[in-house]
Design a protein around this ligand. Structure first.
Ligand code: ZN
Length: 221
């Protein structure tokens, strides 16, 4: 069953979930921790709608395929069609902000990277994109002031701030729209800060976003 996009007040978004457009490296400290160069243009990839699951339900990724890494990311809900958008058009088309995990089969991805192959099987599998509901945006927020945190079993593992993004939200969304038309119901993941690591069975996760979004979830035993 396809994930239903909704706002934190329970109101459903009147469009079906589309694709999830992601950026690989948008925080310099995370690029460094994986020994990747800091990019001069965004490294983009897509997760299909079938990869999206409810973040608040227990996570059950395919542990049989090697290490599964968590990456917490700020998620944006697209409310208008964008093709070759300006930065101004891009930021006005965002109607909600939420949180997502870009779950990654890290062992699989490392092998793909070595061979120069695409990443899909490491990042686009069923369940690869646990997603929250969205805080509605009535106006363009101060992107730089947004902050989010991931705690695992009570310990802070990741903390991200809009001001640390290499490509700020308006730039990133405009750039994405030059490669892929963005449609209402598409979701954008904006990259992960440092602190990524292995997702462990039975752990409890707490994700928070400034502005009042808080999600607790767990990993299956
Ligand atoms: Zn990511």
């Amino acid at each position: 069953m396809r994930f239903v996009l909704q706002f934190t007040d329970g109101q459903e978004f009147p469009h079906t979930l589309g694709k999830v457009v992601c950026i690989g490296r948008n925080y310099a400290d995370h690029a460094k921790e994986l020994d990747n160069p800091v990019p001069t243009e965004p490294l983009l990839f897509i997760k299909p709608a079938t990869s999206v699951v409810d973040l608040s339900k227990p996570l059950d990724p395919p542990f049989s395929r090697g290490d599964v890494h968590y990456e917490v990311e700020l998620a944006l809900l697209v409310g208008e069609t964008l093709t070759h958008a300006t930065q101004d058009e891009a930021e006005r088309a965002i109607v909600g902000i939420g949180l997502a995990m870009d779950l990654t089969l890290r062992d699989v991805q490392t092998k793909l990277k070595e061979k120069g192959h695409p990443w899909e099987i490491a990042k686009a599998f069923d369940g690869a994109c646990p997603l929250s509901s969205f805080l509605p945006l009535s106006r363009v927020p101060n992107w730089n002031a947004l902050a989010f945190t991931l705690e695992i079993d009570g310990e802070e593992r990741q903390h991200g701030e809009g001001s640390d993004m290499i490509f700020a939200v308006p730039t990133l969304v405009a750039e994405m729209s030059r490669h892929f038309t963005l449609e209402p119901g598409d979701v954008i993941l904006t990259g992960t800060p440092s602190g990524v690591g292995e997702l462990v069975r039975g752990s409890t996760l707490r994700l928070t976003l400034t502005g009042g979004l808080e999600v607790e979830t767990s990993v299956v035993e």
